[in-house]
Design a protein around this ligand. Structure first.
Ligand code: ADP
Ligand code: MG
Length: 337
């Protein structure tokens, strides 16, 4: 441990940040939230602790999600959050680590550079910023270096990223700003319109995880949802069924399935044939909504499977990327010795 620096992979997601250390696995998984004092600009809490403050802060404190909707909404806050997590995960080290960071695909070059700088300042001796679909594919156990097409659909909080990968690069890709957060919003809208019930984001997410459905269940399930009656203004609870969720979530789910369709249509025929044989791999927390794999399989006629450890896939893949890249470089430099 003291002889060589560690190789570290960071998944800087819109919903959560995960840190993977070679030889140790995932050492940190916290919500991408930071609480800041508006007056002094001081960081008050980060991650889990800041999450507890969301929606409950006095005027002088703001708890924010700096990477909303797949882009870096607040660069300064993102930098602060990233530094805090890196320090928390790796502590003081004799030898600086090599770090690869995976950012949402919608970020600009300027934002990428800001992430790179923040990572270097947080103590990295080498920094790589890598594309999410590549990291997701490596983490899902796909050998990306082969001349063979694989399709990855990564559904996070803010974006769904669809890519066809071959020979280590993305041949076709598409990113849409429809993902897990939109499922929550769709549930809130549905309850307001259909049941006159006002609920918060947290409750919507809980409903989604418990009874959300993209495909009709053989045995529907139910759940009690609590909120405020829009007519009387008083607390109210209702019993919701998973079948209702099909209606509530139809629009965002449709948009994701359509995007998969569009990417398949623009995939070169040889690669499309590979995907047909090998199937589509789903990663990211958003892919865990019940039945999305079944629905994609049915609608596009290609077998879709959820990767093992769908939520930590990108972080693991980012960590393995560092290893892969530098072992390749070492091999090359040894060849010239
Ligand atoms: P990001 O890469 O943007 O940080 P993640 O891959 O961590 O996002 O996925 C976050 C999204 O996954 C959130 O919208 C969250 O509600 C959703 N999610 C997590 N677990 C589940 C589940 N079991 N069922 C449905 N959605 C889930
Ligand atoms: Mg992600």
């Amino acid at each position: 441990m003291f002889g060589r620096g560690a190789d570290i992979g960071i998944d800087l997601g819109t919903a959560s940040v995960l840190i993977y250390i070679k030889g140790q696995g995932i050492v940190l998984q916290e919500p991408s939230i930071i609480a800041i004092n508006n007056r002094t600009n001081e960081v008050l809490a980060v991650g889990e602790e800041a999450h507890a403050m969301l929606g409950r802060t006095p005027q002088n404190i703001t708890a924010i999600r700096p990477l909303r909707r797949g882009v870096i909404d607040d660069c300064d806050a993102t930098e602060k959050m990233l530094k805090y997590f890196i320090h928390k995960a790796i502590g003081p080290r004799l030898i600086k680590p090599r770090i690869a960071v995976c950012v949402p695909s919608g970020v600009t070059e300027v934002e990428k550079r800001a992430v790179e700088d923040a990572t270097r300042q947080a103590g990295a001796r080498k920094v790589d910023v890598i594309e999410e679909p590549i990291a997701a594919a490596i983490g899902a156990g796909i050998d990306i270096s082969r001349p063979c097409g694989s399709m990855i659909v990564d559904i996070g909080g803010g974006t769904a990223d669809i890519a066809v990968i071959s020979l280590g690069g993305a041949v076709v890709k598409k990113s849409i700003k429809v993902a897990g957060d939109n499922f929550d919003e769709a549930i809130m809208v549905y309850l307001r319109k259909r049941h006159n019930l006002l609920i918060g984001e947290g409750t919507a997410e809980e409903i989604k995880k418990n009874i959300g459905s993209a495909y009709k269940r053989d045995f529907p399930i139910e759940m009690t949802a609590k909120g405020r009656n829009l007519v009387s203004g008083l607390p109210k609870h209702i019993v919701l069924s998973s079948d209702e969720m099909l209606d509530a979530l139809a629009q965002p789910i449709d948009e994701i399935v359509n995007a998969v369709h569009v990417v398949l249509e623009s995939t070169p025929p040889e690669l499309a044939a590979d995907i047909f044989d090998r199937g589509i791999v789903l990663t990211g927390g958003g892919s865990l909504i019940y039945g999305l794999d079944k629905l994609i399989t049915q609608r596009v006629g290609i077998n879709a499977v959820i990767a093992n450890e769908a939520i930590s896939c990108v972080a693991v893949g980012t960590g393995l990327f560092v290893e892969y890249k530098y072992s390749k470089q070492n091999r090359k430099s040894r060849a010239y010795d």
